[in-house]
Design a protein around this ligand. Structure first.
Ligand code: AGP
Length: 610
């Protein structure tokens, strides 16, 4: 989703801003722009398309400046176009970049038009630029003008604003969308996330909701929502500038799929001691909260939601307490009943997903025993606002399609399940056996990744398909859902997942020779049921692709392609390991189709608007 990078320095900030935009490309965008100033005025350049298009334009028409803002836009109001690209300006004085949505922009636009302001774009952002300009007519104080303006805005935003008449100053405002301040020596920067600024600093200040900051070369002054000057803590990021490099891999997604063994090992590291899972993995006060937990509500979106669905099977089966899982965008607009002793869990790779964050905020005043976030971004809003948190430690995930973030979420949820199950009477012997299964995961993931070459060949059978069905039973239903999501988001093949037993209640009507059916078939208690469901597919001429346990036989024939998992896999390990071939399949199909694997069309990595 939109990315912001800005800076105030003694040196020319254009190369820093451009590198920052490149580092934010993973968020998803359709146009890019930059505006910089020195003494003479604001120079702005915008281009539809990739950051490279903007770089090409800059190469032909160089601009320079010591104060600047830049942006990658993911269209919400107004089609992707150069005119709608940010920065937006009001007269020659004000330039602004914005992440988020201004919900009352139409009313403001009418008022501003009546006052004589001319609009050149269809965006909600341009009204903010004009409104700031209008307020500056009463007083030359940019911070005051921004404060008055944001008080009139409804919606979510992170804004960075500069004024031609005040070189060396940027004003930043935050409500509902993430933004950080990167602190340098004699220079300071702002960005939507830490990754954008790692080449220039590892020292970051995180703004709170409602904060407005005046960013100058030698100081950053922060005001809270009430207008009081406040101090915000400064943290050193543990990430290095090359943590987000692609290395020798062709795509970030490919790299991230192949990093899963080490990523899961990091999730488990220091959270297991002498064969048992440690409560402290979830925060210092976690033990007391887990003691009181009699039920769980899990809230998330997309892939993180699928991780929650897997956890529901584990928690209800092993802990014998109720667990519900719901999509955040639905949860936040209904009135959920919260039984006594219910723990609220938000799962999010980014920790910034607008709907999940809103659900967490709602949960904090809804009578839950506590709130726990499982997340891959330590400095994210959800981690900071949640009472308990567990980092998945997957490392930066740049590909829009979530891979290692998912399998590490599952590893984290497996640990949580064990900690809760212990309280429900799980014997130490059983706990050690489950923990041993988890400890084997990195090695088993490596072995599963050896399927890569054969799946690359298999992918050729999908290139000309327009639809696909994914089937699983029990916990593998959630794995099938994740497989379908991966295929559709990066290969643009329409894919749906069904619990295999549901097939005959409707979707079987779709099955013919043009509808590949992909099934995940571990050797579990539902295997025989699944086999019967797959026979129903074969009987209708559907072509089957089955990822199966090495011991399972499907009576190979022309219409059934069986890909055997490389090792015997135990139940608790199965969801993580059976996900991997489905990730590889989606990846190779997308590569063969020539789609933009890491930044699929219309999607964003961090969905910071509703
Ligand atoms: C997964 O491949 C997606 N791109 C998407 O569904 C993602 O999982 C979802 O937007 C939630 O993101 P989060 O984990 O950062 O909250």
């Amino acid at each position: 989703m939109c990315g912001i990078v800005g800076g105030v320095a003694e040196r020319n900030v254009v190369p820093i801003l451009m590198e920052g935009l490149r580092r934010l490309e993973y968020r998803g965008y359709d146009s890019a722009g930059i505006a910089v100033m020195e003494d003479s005025g604001i120079d702005r350049l915008r281009r539809l398309g990739k950051v490279q298009e903007l770089q090409n334009a800059l190469d032909k028409q160089p601009i320079r400046g010591t104060t600047g803002i830049s942006h990658t836009r993911w269209a919400t109001h107004g089609a992707p176009s150069e005119l709608n690209a940010h920065p937006h300006m009001s007269h020659p004085e004000i330039a602004i970049v914005h992440n988020g949505i201004i919900e009352n922009y139409e009313t403001l636009r009418e008022e501003l038009s009546a006052a004589g302001y001319k609009f050149e774009s269809d965006t909600d952002t341009e009204v903010v630029a004009h409104r700031i300009h209008q307020h500056l007519q009463d007083s030359a104080d940019l911070v005051a003008a921004v404060r008055k303006t944001v008080a009139e805005l409804e919606g979510a935003y992170a804004l960075a604003v500069m004024n031609r008449n005040q070189p060396g100053k940027l004003v930043l405002a935050r409500a509902g969308c993430p933004v950080v301040v990167g602190l340098g020596i004699g220079e300071n920067f702002v960005a939507s996330d830490v990754a954008a600024l790692l080449p220039v600093t590892r020292s970051f200040m995180f703004l709170d909701e409602g904060d407005i900051a005046l960013v100058e070369r030698r100081q950053v002054t922060v005001f809270d929502a009430a207008g009081n000057q406040v101090e915000r803590p400064v943290k050193e990021s543990e990430l290095t500038a090359d943590a987000a490099e692609r290395g020798n891999y062709r795509h970030y997604m490919q790299k991230e799929i192949h990093e899963q063994a080490s990523a899961v090992a990091r999730t488990l590291a220091d959270r297991i001691e002498n064969g048992v899972a440690l409560d402290t993995a979830f925060g210092e006060n976690a033990a007391a909260v887990l003691d009181k937990t009699k039920g769980v509500h899990i809230i998330a979106c997309g892939t993180s939601y699928h991780a929650g669905l897997v956890a529901r099977y584990w928690i209800e089966q092993l802990c014998r307490i109720p667990c519900s899982v719901e999509i955040a965008s639905e949860y936040r607009y209904r009135s959920p009943v919260v039984p006594d002793g219910t723990l609220f869990i938000s799962i999010s790779q980014s920790g910034e997903t607008a709907d999940t964050l809103a659900a967490l905020r709602e949960a904090k005043v809804s009578g839950y025993v506590s709130t726990l976030t499982i997340c891959n971004a330590p400095e994210s809003s959800m981690v900071r606002e949640s009472e308990l948190a567990m980092m998945t430690n997957a490392g930066p995930e740049i590909g829009v399609a979530s891979t290692k973030a998912f399998t590490t979420q599952l590893a984290a949820l497996a640990l949580l399940t064990i900690c809760l199950a212990r309280r429900a009477g799980l014997e130490e012997r059983q706990e050690r056996a489950l923990v041993a299964q988890l400890a084997e995961l990195p090695g088993l993931i490596e072995q599963t990744l050896l399927m890569d070459k054969s799946i690359e060949v298999l992918a050729e059978k999908f290139v000309d398909k327009h639809h696909a069905l994914f089937l699983g039973r029990g916990v593998q239903n959630a794995v099938a859902m994740e497989g379908a999501l991966k295929l559709k988001e990066i290969s643009y093949i329409h894919a749906e997942a069904y619990a295999a037993g549901e097939l005959k209640h409707g979707p079987l009507a779709l099955v013919d020779e043009d509808m590949p059916v992909i099934a995940v078939a571990p050797d579990d208690q539902l295997l025989e049921k699944l086999k019967s469901n797959l026979q129903e597919v074969r009987a209708r001429g559907g072509e089957l692709f089955v990822f199966a346990d090495p011991r399972v036989h499907f009576g190979e024939n022309d219409g059934i392609h069986t890909m055997r998992m490389p090792a015997l896999i135990q139940d608790f390990q199965a969801p993580i390991l059976y996900t991997i071939p489905l990730q590889l399949l989606a990846y190779h199909v997308a590569v063969l189709k020539g789609t933009d694997v890491d930044q699929p069309r219309n999607l964003a990595k961090s969905v910071t608007v509703e």
